[in-house]
Design a protein around this ligand. Sequence first.
Ligand code: ZN
Ligand code: ZN
Length: 198
Amino acid sequence: MSRASQVFQFNTHELPRRAGEMKEYQLDLEILEPVGVPLVAIPAGDVIEVDMRLESVTEGVLLTADIYAVAKGECIRCLDPVEITVERKIQELYRYEPTNDKGGKRKKYSARTETSDEIDLDAVDELWLDGNEMNLEIPIRDAVVLDLPVNPLCSDDCLGLCPDCGEKWEKLPEGHAHEVIDARWAGLAGLDFKNSDE
Ligand SMILES: [Zn+2]
Ligand SMILES: [Zn+2]
């Protein structure tokens, strides 16, 4: 497991393995890799706050959590910095590992490959405890990604930038335009036409 993934590792040993038992935790996960989408993400080094409740159920441990973090990026139209508050509730069942297969670890948490954002749907389908350890990365990542826009905007009606001078449209006077001088005629601009009739 990568160091970045270890941040999301949580040991549930305090929770008795008796259905109905419950524990609550407040975690500040300082992430080592950005979590989000390419144009807006919670930056590495920032904290994802997780208020979570763990409940022992017959099949495993039920996780219910409120996630809070601030994602940062820039407006795709005007390039101003954009901050988006991420607040999500997640609920996931982490199943106990099967114990009847000679201790072999069957299907359990499986991280995404380092180079790909694709999720292996089979692996995500079910979450498994690894002994007492649960890894919160997949449900947290998925919740954050679902909460973020693919194309972040500073505001829905952001007008963006003038393509010629790069100034914001909203700061420019109405009718702002650049005279486009064709290079072939540029020389004529200096001629004095007043004398041409004489
Ligand atoms: Zn903007
Ligand atoms: Zn302009």
